[in-house]
Design a protein around this ligand. Sequence first.
Ligand code: GDP
Length: 206
Amino acid sequence: MIEERPDRSAEVVLLGRSNVGKSTLMRELTGHSFDTGRRPGVTQAANHYDWAGPDFVLTDLPGFGFMEGVEESRREEIKTAIVQYLEEYADEILVGILVLDANSAVEIIDRHEDRGEIPHDVELFGFLQELGIPTVVAVNKMDKAEDRDETLDAIAERLGLHPPWKQWQDTIAPITAKRGSIDPLTEAVGNHLREQKREELLQFFS
Ligand code: GDP
């Protein structure tokens, strides 16, 4: 893991609220366990997982949203840094993976909307679309979801994707990162890479 972005023309980024399981997923995707020593909110830099040969980098953007002991102003800075990163590298980013927690996403989105605020997840999902970055929403912790279809339909609806969620399998990928159950995500990412004639990068997602 390095903090300086390597000069690569192909990139996949992971983003998500803090505690959704992004590090767990990163570990699953790369087969590597890294102790980044990154405490929530401490760094606003991205972590890059790079390979020696291929012109490809997998980037883990810092977690956003509420973090125990992290001030609001600091959290805003982190979100701004994420937005700037996406803008700057939009041409290189082939796929964005927005990670959500199946069991809290809807409640958090609704709470913000009730207050008249735009929820971060909704905003960033829209922003990725605006930038033309194909996006997969990895709905994690499905092992704890009570009603699978109900949960996924509710999330789809909040993101402006007309339910049933099953119509959106290239966009919505239910996973349980902790158990390594991430096939829907690798399939969806694979489809987006194939569309961009970059199927050779699929080897990094198995
Ligand atoms: P991050 O802050 O997004 O990097 O989240 P972490 O990867 O550190 O995970 C946050 C917490 O969620 C940890 O306690 C993980 O063990 C737990 N977690 C991650 N993936 C899953 C999952 O698929 N199911 C369940 N039930 N818990 C998970």
